[in-house]
Ligand binder design. Structure first.
Ligand code: SF4
Length: 425
């Protein structure tokens, strides 16, 4: 007599709730749900045990079967002259490749966005470069880590542990590492100006002391102490949130702050070894940039309108194309540009709402609710399988922790492409 298959099991899992992609996580699953997570990182628990899953497809706001929704999506895209493909933060490399192929077939623009609707900012790296390192190298070598206007305890809760500062992992390096939190310890407010002040001090360059104290918000003596501390360290690692560095969520401010940090890192190399590790949000944002770059040559804002990939970072973001009234269809692959945390302008939001949109998502977001066609997929964090990239650029295999009756994101994109092909599109 066969025994019943237990519905509860404990499985190893790569956590994608933040971009550290901890691969030592164990999840207890019950059917299609994760019920507990070990270690109990608060962010992982919140994300992996979420039960808010959109399991049905819809066309025109009414429930529809999968085949009808795929056909409706293909019809909308086939009719568009200038479609935009966006989202992609929560997608495996295979799904991204399918999205890029679809964008190429459509002559569309493809522009990944993060949780808050922001397109990537690459001008800083392209103009001044970046000196970075893997988590492993920083864990092994850094004796000073600077939280550069970021709060990893809130955004990447196990960062310290991943860098070897837990009792178990720390024993391997034997290093005594110092951590400095610039924003909270020194009450500094302006990341770009703070980097400029430190760079000037490290380079013994002329500095307007009054202006520095006013704009960076910190007495110069404190900056001198920090500059001395940085220069005296053997290996300094700055960690920063590449999506929020700067002020007011403005792209130009993010760019200035990233350039200033890159220049500070370069200046510190006159004294010691130094790297800057970007902390991306959760999902696979590092992966989408890698995949888009190796497939098209560019990390974002790529348009296939001419038949070949072209890069227009200051013109071809999804938000800009909508705000200018150019996009006539939008395919959102996991993203919520209409959500309450979105930084999209009212003009772009209004344009989005009056443009035919297709949303592929596993959660019932405001964007999905506004979609002409909504397609349900397996939840990325617990049920997708494929390749994902950690924030330091290391690729990891993602295995599904739970079974799902829903299709993968890659499958949905390939089914839409097949439906387009059968229409002659
Ligand atoms: S630190 Fe990030 S990747 Fe690691 S368990 Fe917590 S949320 Fe998941």
């Amino acid at each position: 007599m066969s025994r019943p298959v237990p519905s509860v099991a404990v499985r190893p899992h790569v956590c994608t709730a933040c971009s550290l992609l901890c691969d030592d996580v164990q999840v207890r699953v019950d059917g299609e749900r994760v019920v507990s997570v070990e270690p109990a990182c608060p962010k992982a628990v919140e994300r992996l045990t979420s039960t808010a899953i959109a399991a049905t497809c819809a066309v025109g706001g009414k429930a529809a079967d999968y085949e009808r929704a795929v056909a409706a999506a293909a019809e909308l895209l086939a009719a568009a002259k200038m479609p935009v493909v966006t989202g992609l933060q929560y997608a495996t490399v295979a799904a991204m490749r399918a999205a890029i192929e679809l964008a190429e077939r459509l002559g569309a623009t493809i522009d990944p966005i993060d949780d808050r609707g922001r397109s990537g900012e690459f001008a800083a790296v392209q103009s001044v470069g970046a000196v970075t390192a893997t988590l492993g190298e920083i864990a092994a070598r850094a004796d000073l880590v600077v939280n550069w206007f970021v709060d990893p305890v809130a955004t990447h809760p196990r960062l310290r542990e991943r860098l070897g500062d837990s009792p178990t992992l720390g024993a391997a390096t034997g290093a005594t590492r110092q951590w400095i939190d610039v924003a909270t310890k020194l009450q500094a407010t302006d990341a770009a100006e703070s980097a400029r002040v430190l760079r000037a001090l490290l380079q013994d360059a002329p500095l307007d002391e009054q202006r520095a104290e006013t704009t960076a918000g910190v007495p110069l003596a404190k900056w001198r102490d920090l500059a001395d501390q940085l220069a005296a360290a053997k290996y300094v690692a700055f960690v920063f949130d590449e999506t929020t560095l700067g002020v007011d969520d403005r792209d130009d401010q993010r760019r200035l702050a990233k350039v200033a940090l890159a220049e500070l890192v370069a200046a510190l190399h006159q004294h010691t070894r130094c790297v800057a590790l970007p902390l991306a949000p959760g999902g696979n944002l590092a992966g989408v940039r890698q995949t888009l770059t190796w497939q098209t040559g560019f990390p974002g804002a790529v348009t296939f309108a001419s038949g070949a990939p072209e890069y227009h970072p200051d013109e071809a973001t999804g938000q800009q194309m909508l705000a200018r009234g150019e996009a006539d269809a939008v395919l959102v692959v996991g993203g919520d540009p209409l959500g309450k945390h979105s930084t999209w302008s009212p003009t772009a939001r209004d344009a989005f709402c009056s443009t035919p949109t297709i949303v592929i998502d596993s959660t019932d977001t405001a964007t999905r609710q506004a979609a002409a066609v909504a397609l349900a997929v397996r939840p990325f964090h617990i049920a997708e399988a494929g390749s994902v990239f950690r924030t330091d650029g290391v690729a990891l295999p993602l295995a599904a922790a739970v079974d799902s009756h829903l299709p993968s994101c890659e499958q949905v994109l390939r089914d839409i492409a097949a439906a387009l092909l059968s229409r002659g599109g």
